[in-house]
Design a protein around this ligand. Structure first.
Ligand code: ARG
Length: 576
């Protein structure tokens, strides 16, 4: 099996994704401009518009208009370009031929990647996401991290990156002392997370009111740290009960995190003395009022506390240990953290300390990817009527509830398990798309009516477009074929050129970590399909060759929507 030791490379060898027509055109223009890098864009006056003539004219001291005419004439002879006219100051309007577009579609039809390129130099990326806390129910605050992190992990994975998912569970710390003490005294551990949450509240009340209990809780923390077996047994049970709940939520949400990805704070606990020792030895951390701290010259704010005055460790040093392990042991060349914007300072301090300690070499990127808040209908941070944090399960139920109404109204015959499955696909898809399609950093309003609109920028709209395509293909009994001699209607060309952009859209998400770019692309594709559908009869096309070309456009649109949605973690049922 040594043959496959270089798996990413051999994956390239096995299958080269179809090259985008836009990339070919860009290369032709670059050649014609003597290697300068033109910017190629889609245009409403031609298929593409390129710049790049002006700087070249300046460099050569020639007249831009004359140079543009000369370059344009040369381009028309080259490959897919069939017309090219200078436009405005130094722009070229470029059109590709129908035959070239059809050939590209034919190649796309036999490409399982639909033109999505592999990353040029694959490596390990760790995506830290979801990361809820033990003994508490997941709430609205975990939605965006889970959904966005999962989409990014899927996209990066698809580009050939080795993705390591990390669910950095909050499963350790002094807070568990009082809960474990209470459960030991009650002599039973609840077997669901809601009861566990309630016990946590009770423990807190008792901790504040009963000094003896508070003292026993403190001793319990010491016992937990020291690895006292009965204490650890209760702790393990807490973790298991909570994990059961997380698993349930992930299954409903279609989030790919599995148990092996759950490497919580407790995992790093045994490493913390060593981490502190290294920080001190490197001169990165210093003692201050009994605590071990990392200060920054350029920052007068609170330092990063890696060990408290009482010798206890906290959230900060655990993240330092995680960086050290993710880079040092897992060999990560990129660390991504999907954590809300309020922790920006924490991560800036952690990354800075890790760099100075040598755990984060220059060539490794570490990025905190913050996101905005989920707001209620009143435009304020989402809360229940009594002012409490909204449970994540409640949001999932609202979305699937609304989806059940819509799906049932459209399919009176659908009942029971089939209805539930469909409603989950539609409801959860809508909820995820509403989250992903917004610019990551912006807040958005959680509104089930709007997120499930059949006509808006929603997953529901994409799912219906996809189901319509599948229905046409079922009726036709085939996925079409290409006839190069045929001429294309404007709506067919527009759709074909959009299909050609899929690879660039996916690559843009991998590069920027902004899933809304893929959402915008898929919405544009579904919209272009609607226009095509309106103007170009498919099953009733008179010419057999036209019919089969159009079927191919339907098949490619369906596959592109399906793959694109799956990269976002959204299902695309064949029927709705
Ligand atoms: N458990 C933390 C919280 O709920 C989030 C952890 C984020 N990940 C990390 N590596 N710090 O706030």
């Amino acid at each position: 099996m040594v043959l496959f030791a270089d798996a990413p490379e051999s994956a390239h060898a096995v299958h080269t994704p179809v090259e985008s027509l836009a990339v070919v055109v860009e290369r032709r223009v670059a050649d014609a401009l003597g290697g300068a890098e033109p910017l190629l864009r889609r245009s409403d006056r031609a298929d593409f518009q390129a710049n790049g003539v002006l700087p070249l004219a300046k460099a050569r001291g020639t007249n831009p208009a004359a140079l543009a005419a000369e370059v344009a004439a040369r381009l028309v002879d080259a490959g897919p370009i069939v017309h090219c006219v200078p436009s405005g100051p130094g722009f070229l309007n470029i059109g590709v031929g129908d035959a070239a577009l059809l050939r590209n579609l034919a190649a796309r039809a036999v490409d399982s990647r639909l033109g999505v390129p592999y990353t040029a130099d694959p490596g390990v990326t760790v995506v830290d996401y979801s990361s809820p806390n033990i003994a508490k129910e997941m709430h609205v605050g975990h939605l965006r991290s889970s959904v966005i992190g999962d989409a990014l992990a899927r996209v990066l994975d698809f580009t050939g990156e080795s993705v390591v998912r990390r669910n950095h569970l909050g499963d350790w710390g002094t807070g568990f002392g009082m809960l474990i003490e209470l459960l030991c005294e009650d002599a039973e551990v609840p077997d669901d997370v809601a009861a566990l949450s309630a016990a946590y509240q009770r423990a807190r009340v008792r901790f504040d009111a009963d000094a003896d209990f508070a003292e026993r809780a403190r001793l319990r923390v010491v016992a937990l740290q020291a690895g006292d077996e009965p204490t650890l047994a209760v702790w393990r049970r807490l973790v298991e009960v909570s994990q059961e709940h997380f698993r349930e939520v992930y299954a409903q949400l279609g989030v790919l995190l599995v148990d092996a990805d759950a490497v919580g704070e407790s995992h790093y606990n045994p490493m913390l003395p060593q981490v502190c020792a290294e920080l001190e030895a490197a001169g990165v951390a210093t003692e201050s009022q009994g605590a071990l701290c990392v200060f920054r010259d350029d920052d007068a704010g609170a330092p990063l506390i890696v060990r408290k005055g009482d010798g206890g460790y906290g959230y900060a040093v655990t993240d330092l240990a995680a960086v050290r392990q993710r880079v040092g042991t897992l060999g990560a060349r990129r660390l991504l953290y999907l954590v809300d914007a309020r922790q920006a300072r924490h991560f800036a301090q952690v990354f800075d300390a890790a760099r100075r300690a040598g755990w984060l070499p220059q060539e490794v990127t570490a990025r905190h990817l913050p996101f905005g808040m989920v707001l209620g209908a009143d435009g304020r941070p989402f809360r229940t009527r009594s002012g409490e944090t909204v449970r994540l399960q409640e949001l999932l139920d609202q979305a699937t509830g609304k989806a059940t109404e819509i799906v049932a109204a459209k399919n009176p015959g659908l009942t029971g398990e089939a209805l539930r499955t469909r409603a989950r696909q539609v409801g959860i898809g809508a909820l995820k798309y509403a989250d992903l399609s917004n610019n990551r950093i912006k807040d958005y309003v959680f509104d089930p009516d709007r997120m499930l609109s059949l006509t808006g920028d929603t997953a529901t709209y994409l799912q219906y477009a996809h189901a319509r395509m599948r229905s046409v293909l079922r009726k036709a009994g085939e996925a079409g074929a290409v006839f190069e001699g045929a001429l294309l209607e404007p709506a067919e060309r527009a759709l074909g050129l959009l299909l050609d952009e899929f690879g660039a859209a996916v690559a843009a998400v991998a590069e920027t970590c902004e899933p809304h770019r893929l959402c915008a692309y898929l919405h544009a594709l579904a919209t272009a399909f609607s226009a095509f559908w309106e103007h170009c009869p498919v099953l009733k096309a008179e010419d057999e060759r036209v019919r089969r070309n159009r079927l191919l456009l339907c098949a490619l649109s369906a596959r592109t929507l399906e793959l694109g949605m799956s990269l976002l973690g959204i299902e695309a049922p064949a029927e709705l």
